[in-house]
Design a protein around this ligand. Structure first.
Ligand code: NAD
Length: 707
C-alpha cells in the first residue's frame, strides 16, 4: 500500500458522477512527471474506469502556480546513454499511461491553472477537453527543443490533430509558450475562465459533452491523419527558415521535429507515435541536448544558490539607484534600472554626455524617473550608487570617495570595474563593508552580473547587491575577489590565445570564423570590438599587473589604441563598422597597423578550425581550473554559468568544464603541453594533471538511483 502522506494523486468526488484527480507532489513547489506520478495516475485511472456510474473526470493541480512543470529532467539527464530501444519504451510507457484519459468510458477534462509545459501539456492533450484559468501565470507550451529534445508522449502527434499542422509545428519547433487566451484562440484549449470557477465550468462542460456524446466522435477522429494539413511545402519552407534564423535555439531538435511532423501528418496517429519515438531517439543523448540540459541545471542551481551569498538574509530594498559615468556601460545600467521601475540619478564628468544620455533615456522611458545631477549630494536619497567610469584605479577611487562622503551610512556603493580587485579600491574607503563589485558583463547583450565580495564586504551588502541584480531580471553570481574576477579572466585567456594564434600566422577572419562555427555569437576579435579595444587593454593590464597568468603584454592592443582603433564604438577596431549598429567589414588599413607584430618565420604554422578551437578552449579550461584552485567561486558549476551567460559561450556545449568532460581532459592536457613548449604560462596545472591521471571528470557521473 502506498504511504498516504507521500502520495501525489488524490481522488475526490465534487459531485455525484464526477471524479476529480488532484496532483500535489508533497514537499515540492511543482508537480513533475516522474515515475511516481505516472504510477499513481495509472492506478487511479484504472480504478475509476471500473466504476460504472461516472460521467467524467477532472484532472487538476493543487499547486498555486504550476499545473505540471514537465518531465523529470534529472532522470532524463541520468539516462542519456540509453540505447534506442529503451528510449522508445520510455515514450511508449508515458503514452500508455496518458492514453487512459482518452480511452476511459467517461469524459475527461484537464482544468489548468499555472505553468503547463512540456510533458505537463502533453498530459492534458490526451484528455477530451481542456479548460484554463485566465491568470497570467497560466502559460502553456512544449519547450522541449530548448533542451535539444522533442516531445515524446504524443505531443507532436496530438497537437496537429487538436489544432492544425501549421500551429503545431510552430509551437513544437519554436518551443514558445502561450497565454491561456492565445491557447484558446488557436484551439489548443476549449475555454478560459477565472481560476475560482475552473471546477464548476469543468463540470458543466463534462455534462454538455457527455450528453451530446461528441467526445466519442472526437476520439475516433483524432486517431486518423491530420485533418488540416494546409500547404505542406509552404509549412516546411516557412518553419525551416525560422529554425535556421533563430540563433537562440540550437537547430538540431527543431529540424528533427519539423521533418517528423510533416512526414507523419498524413498517417494514422499510431504511425505518428512511432515516428515520434524515432525522432526522440535521434535527439535523446545528442551532444547538443546534453549541453542544453546541463545549462538548464546551471540556471536552476543559480536560482537556489547564486554563489557566495547568504540567502537567509533580508536585503535592503532599492528604490533609487545612482549611476556615475554615463558611457557605454553607465547608460546601459541606468536603462536596465528604469526598465524594471527603479528611479535613476545620473552623473558624468562630461556634462554634454550626461545631458545627451539623460535626454535619450527620458525619451525612451517617459513614465520613469531619470534625473541628471550636478553634484554628488544628489545621491543622498539613493540606496545604491554604482560607479561606472573609465577603467583606471585612480579615477575610480576619486569618484568612490566622493560618493561615500555624500551618501547615507547605509547606502551600498558598488563598482562596475572589469578587473580591478575590489580590495584595492575598498582599502581607501571609510566604510568598506558597504562596498562590493557589481560587474555587468554587458547589460545589453548578456544576462550575467558578477557580484564581487571584497574581503571586507558585509554579507548584507552582498545580499542587497544580489537582490538588486535579480530585480533587474539578470543572473547574479556572487564570487570572491581577484583581478578579472571570473568572466574577464576566461575572456582574457581567450583573447590571449587568439592573439598568439594570429601572431603565429593564422588570419583574424579564420580565427573568428572557427569560434563562430563552434557556436559563439561572435569570434574573439569581434568580441574585443564590442567591448572596446581600450577596455580590453586596460582590463588585461590590470590582470597582468596583479600577476595573472592568463595574459601577456602583447603589443597589438596598445598599438591599436594608439592608432584610434578602439572598436565598434569608434567605427573601427579589428574590423571597420561604417554603421555603428551594422555589419562588420574587413579593413585592410588595420593589417598595415599590426602586421609588423606577426611572426614571419611561423607564417606556415597556420591552424585549421578544429585546432584553433581546441587551443583556445584548452587555455580557457586552464584558467577555469586556476579560478577553482584559488576558490574564487563557491561551486565549479558557477564557472560554466558565468561563461555561458557572461560572454556567450554556446549553451549547447554546456559550459567550458562540461566541454572539457566531453572532449576528455587528456585532449586538454596534450594541447596545453604542446602550447607550453613555447609559452610556459600555459602549462597544465595540478587539477588538470591529476584529473587526467585519475581519469576523472569535473561533473560527477549520475548515481545508479538516478538512472
Ligand atoms: P566609457 O569610456 O564608454 O564611459 C566612461 C564614462 O565615464 C565617460 O562618459 C566619462 O566621461 C565618464 N567619466 C570619466 N571620468 C569620470 C569622473 N571622474 N567622474 C564622472 N564621470 C567620469 O566606458 P565604459 O565602457 O562605459 O566602461 C565603464 C566601466 O565599466 C569601466 O570600468 C569598464 O571596465 C566597465 N565595463 C565595461 C564593459 C564593456 O563592455 N565596455 C563591460 C563591463 C564593465
Amino acid at each position: 500500500m502506498p504511504d498516504p502522506t507521500n502520495t501525489i494523486v488524490n481522488v475526490t468526488y465534487p459531485q455525484a458522477g464526477i471524479a476529480m484527480i488532484t496532483m500535489d507532489a508533497p514537499e515540492s513547489a511543482a508537480n513533475i512527471l516522474d515515475e511516481q506520478l505516472f504510477s499513481e495516475l495509472d492506478r487511479s485511472m484504472a480504478e475509476l474506469a471500473e466504476q460504472s456510474d461516472l460521467t467524467g473526470v477532472i484532472l487538476i493541480s493543487a499547486k498555486p502556480t504550476i499545473f505540471v512543470a514537465g518531465a523529470d529532467l534529472k532522470r532524463i539527464a541520468a539516462t542519456l546513454d540509453w540505447p534506442e530501444k529503451k528510449i522508445v519504451e520510455f515514450c511508449q510507457r508515458g503514452r500508455a499511461v496518458m492514453a487512459r484519459f482518452s480511452r476511459c468510458p467517461f469524459v475527461s477534462i484537464a482544468a489548468i491553472h499555472g505553468a503547463c509545459v512540456g510533458g505537463g501539456l502533453e498530459l492534458p492533450m490526451w484528455c477530451d477537453l481542456r479548460i484554463a484559468s485566465n491568470d497570467r501565470r497560466t502559460i502553456l507550451g512544449l519547450p522541449e527543443v530548448k533542451l535539444g529534445l522533442v516531445p515524446g508522449w504524443a505531443g507532436t502527434a496530438r497537437l496537429p490533430r487538436i489544432t492544425n499542422l501549421d500551429i503545431a509545428v510552430d509551437l513544437v519547433t519554436s518551443g514558445r509558450l502561450v497565454s491561456a487566451s492565445e491557447a484558446n484562440s488557436i484551439g489548443l484549449i476549449d475555454a478560459v475562465v477565472p481560476q475560482e470557477s475552473l471546477i464548476e465550468e469543468a463540470i458543466k462542460m463534462i455534462h454538455r459533452v457527455s450528453t451530446s456524446e461528441s467526445f466519442i466522435f472526437d476520439r475516433k477522429k483524432i486517431m486518423g491523419p491530420v485533418e488540416t494539413v494546409g500547404d505542406l511545402e509552404a509549412i516546411v519552407l516557412k518553419h525551416g527558415k525560422r529554425i535556421i534564423e533563430n540563433k537562440k535555439i540550437f537547430p538540431f531538435a527543431p529540424t528533427v521535429a519539423l521533418e517528423h511532423m510533416t512526414r507523419s501528418a498524413s498517417l494514422p496517429i499510431k504511425a505518428a507515435w512511432n515516428s515520434e519515438s524515432v525522432a526522440m531517439a535521434q535527439v535523446y543523448g545528442s551532444p547538443a541536448s546534453r549541453g542544453l540540459i546541463n545549462h538548464f541545471f546551471l540556471i536552476d542551481h543559480n536560482k537556489k544558490q547564486p554563489g557566495l551569498v547568504d540567502m537567509n538574509l533580508s536585503p535592503m530594498k532599492i528604490h533609487t539607484v545612482g549611476v556615475v559615468g554615463a558611457g557605454l556601460m553607465g547608460q546601459a545600467i541606468a536603462e536596465n534600472c528604469l526598465k524594471r521601475g527603479l528611479d535613476v540619478i545620473l552623473l558624468d564628468a562630461n556634462t554634454q554626455t550626461q545631458q545627451l544620455v539623460t535626454n535619450q533615456l527620458k525619451c525612451d522611458y517617459p513614465d520613469r524617473s531619470i534625473q541628471s545631477c550636478e553634484s554628488y549630494e544628489s545621491f543622498t536619497e539613493c540606496e545604491l550608487v554604482i560607479e561606472s567610469v573609465v577603467e583606471t584605479a585612480a579615477v575610480k577611487l576619486q569618484v568612490l570617495q566622493k560618493i561615500e562622503s555624500a551618501v547615507d551610512e547605509a547606502t551600498v556603493i558598488a563598482s562596475n570595474t572589469s578587473a580591478i580587485p575590489i580590495e584595492t579600491l575598498a582599502n581607501h574607503l571609510q566604510r568598506p563593508e558597504n562596498f562590493c563589485g557589481i560587474h555587468f558583463c554587458h547589460p545589453e547583450l548578456m544576462s550575467l552580473v558578477e557580484v564581487v565580495c571584497g574581503p571586507q564586504s558585509s554579507e548584507q551588502t552582498i545580499a542587497t547587491a544580489v537582490k538588486f541584480v535579480k530585480s533587474l531580471r539578470k543572473t547574479p553570481v556572487a564570487i570572491n575577489d581577484g583581478a578579472g574576477f571570473v568572466v574577464n579572466r576566461l575572456l582574457a585567456a581567450m583573447i590571449d590565445q587568439s592573439l598568439r594564434i594570429f601572431t603565429n600566422g593564422t588570419s583574424i577572419e579564420t580565427i573568428d570564423f572557427a569560434m563562430r562555427e563552434f557556436g559563439f555569437p561572435g569570434g574573439p576579435f569581434e568580441i574585443i570590438d564590442v567591448i572596446g579595444v581600450d577596455t580590453c587593454l586596460y582590463a588585461g593590464r590590470t590582470m597582468w599587473e596583479s600577476g595573472s597568468q592568463c595574459v601577456t603584454l602583447s603589443p597589438i592592443l596598445p598599438r591599436l589604441v594608439k592608432s584610434g582603433f578602439l572598436g565598434r564604438k569608434k567605427g573601427k577596431g579589428f574590423y571597420a563598422y561604417p554603421d555603428a549598429r551594422g555589419e562588420r567589414q574587413w579593413d585592410n588599413n588595420l593589417l598595415s597597423v599590426i602586421e609588423i607584430y606577426r611572426n614571419e618565420k611561423d607564417q606556415s604554422s597556420t591552424l585549421n578550425e578544429k585546432q584553433i578551437v581546441t587551443q583556445i578552449l584548452s587555455a580557457i579550461v586552464l584558467e577555469a581550473t586556476r579560478i577553482i584552485e584559488e576558490e574564487i567561486v563557491q561551486d565549479f558549476r558557477d564557472i560554466d554559468l558565468c561563461i555561458i551567460e557572461g560572454f556567450g559561450f554556446p549553451a549547447h556545449h554546456g559550459g567550458i568544464l562540461f566541454w572539457a568532460d566531453q572532449v576528455g581532459i587528456e585532449t586538454v592536457l596534450q594541447t596545453l603541453e604542446s602550447i607550453s613548449k613555447v609559452d610556459p604560462r600555459i602549462s597544465p596545472n595540478a587539477t588538470i594533471q591529476l584529473q587526467a591521471k585519475n581519469q576523472t571528470h569535473f561533473y560527477p557521473a549520475p548515481t545508479p538511483s538516478e538512472q
